[in-house]
Design a binder for this molecule. Structure first.
Ligand SMILES: NC(=O)C1=CN([C@@H]2O[C@H](COP(=O)(O)OP(=O)(O)OC[C@H]3O[C@@H](n4cnc5c(N)ncnc54)[C@H](OP(=O)(O)O)[C@@H]3O)[C@@H](O)[C@H]2O)C=CC1
Ligand SMILES: O=C(CO)COP(=O)(O)O
Length: 337
């Protein structure tokens, strides 16, 4: 049994606190939002973000970051990516050497193009940093549906520690040393999910969706491999696995936001309607900046940026993708003379 704190009480933090408690760990949940902590203390349920999932009475809820962090073995950082740096800065004075911080959010910082684990390492040098991601919606984890994820860290012992506290008969945790590949797969898939949602909103079919998923993972892999990630990671749970779940699921926030945009909502209207964090919108600009920096073609992500930030109709973006110059599917394959 470990002493754990979940930093961030949105739908994902709430679902993971339940997994940790089920496994016999001591669990404290922190939120910056006083009303959220009040609601969790009174109702033992996140009625807005994870309705119907009851939390045990012996989980502690607090807005006091010092209380949440002190004496814990594992700190699960579950705030949305745009708050990762500010939250890590606030955590830094209380974190001691030997504590493990597990980043479970998905994103890339827009102005620095840093991954979330890099941000946490920069802000909290005392901690050991790990990541955990994969195809996992809070709504399904919260009701105990079988789910698989990956715990990543540079050191095997750190990844295995994360595996130990989370793994159970319905939550299977693999380990990996390819933290970069995992984080790029997890954050860039959200941008492709916006495109998949737009295709749904426009009334396009399964053929279009399959094309977006397949060409989407090609784009993500091209960039990630050039940045130093491992190709196997992109064909695993945190690459294609997470892309499939987010492009297909009724629970996906990014797909839902894209669908609304495909139906004519503006980006802002769609984000307000979804009510939970739509990470793909924040990662889209970072993705295209990385594509330029590493000189990698990312046509779907390029078009998504035009739809999000230049008011381009989603239908026009799809048409442009279909009418790009003709090319081979895999340019590395050899033809007979
Ligand atoms: N939901 C899921 O199924 C999964 C989510 N993730 C990732 O986890 C991360 C969190 O997502 P999710 O739990 O869905 O998000 P939610 O939108 O459900 O919750 C976001 C949380 O952040 C809080 N918040 C608001 N402002 C701040 C701030 N300044 N500092 C810190 N926290 C703040 C919110 O409070 P308030 O309610 O007041 O806005 C809320 O508690 C994302 O990166 C997401 O991609 C990963 C896997 C699965
Ligand atoms: O990353 C997630 C699930 O793996 C959450 O994002 P979506 O809700 O957009 O799928």
């Amino acid at each position: 049994m470990a002493k754990t704190a979940v930093i961030g009480a949105g739908s994902w933090g709430t679902a993971l606190s339940l997994v940790l408690h089920t496994n016999g760990n001591d669990v404290t949940v922190w939120s910056i939002v006083e009303q959220e902590v009040q609601m969790l203390r009174e109702k033992h349920e996140h009625v807005d973000k994870l309705p119907g999932v009851k939390l045990p009475e012996d989980i502690t809820f607090t807005t006091d970051l010092k209380e949440a962090i002190e004496g814990k073995d594992y700190l699960i950082l579950a705030v949305p990516s745009v708050f990762t740096r500010s939250t890590a800065k606030s955590m830094a004075p209380f974190v001691k050497k030997g504590q493990v911080i597990v980043c479970v959010a998905k994103g890339i910082e827009e102005n620095t193009l840093m991954t979330l684990s890099d941000i946490v390492e920069q802000e909290i040098p005392a901690a050991d940093v790990a990541v955990m991601c994969g195809p996992s919606h809070a709504e399904e984890v919260g009701i105990g549906l079988p789910t698989t994820v990956v715990a990543g860290a540079r050191k095997k012992s750190v990844a295995e520690g994360v595996q130990d506290i989370f793994m159970n008969e319905v939550f299977r945790v693999y380990t990996s040393p390819d933290v970069l590949g995992m984080e790029l797969g997890g954050s860039l898939k959200n941008v492709i999910a916006l495109a998949a949602g737009m295709a749904d909103g426009l009334g396009y079919g399964d053929n279009t969706k399959a094309a977006l998923i397949t060409r989407g993972i090609s784009e993500i892999s091209r960039l990630a491999i050039k940045m130093g990630a491992n190709a196997e990671t992109l064909s695993g749970l945190t690459g294609i696995g997470d892309l499939i779940v987010t492009c297909e699921s009724k629970h996906s926030r990014n797909r839902k936001a894209g669908m609304l945009m495909g139906q004519g909502y503006t980006m802002k209207q769609a984000m307000d309607e979804v009510k939970m964090v739509v990470e793909g919108v924040y990662s889209a600009k970072a993705a295209i900046a990385l594509a330029r920096k590493y000189e990698v073609a990312m046509p779907i992500i390029e078009e998504i940026n035009h739809v999000l930030f230049d008011d381009k109709p989603a239908k026009d973006a799809v048409r442009e993708l279909m009418l790009r110059d003709r090319r081979e599917e895999h340019s590395s394959l050899e033809w007979e003379e």
